[in-house]
Design a protein. Sequence first.
Length: 62
Amino acid sequence: MQQAQDIALQRIPGQVIHVDMDLEHGVFVYEIFILTPDNRIYEVEVNGNTGNILKIEEEDFD
């Protein structure tokens, strides 16, 4: 889990505020929520097996 957080923070610098782990299509995926210095929240999905980033999405709270 720590490695997945480190990978996500390399792409989106900020503070990890929440981490979930999910099973998607038979693959464990870490969903890491990061609060950036400009007060945006991003969800970064990291493949639990390979460490590849699968998706980066800005959360929209409107």
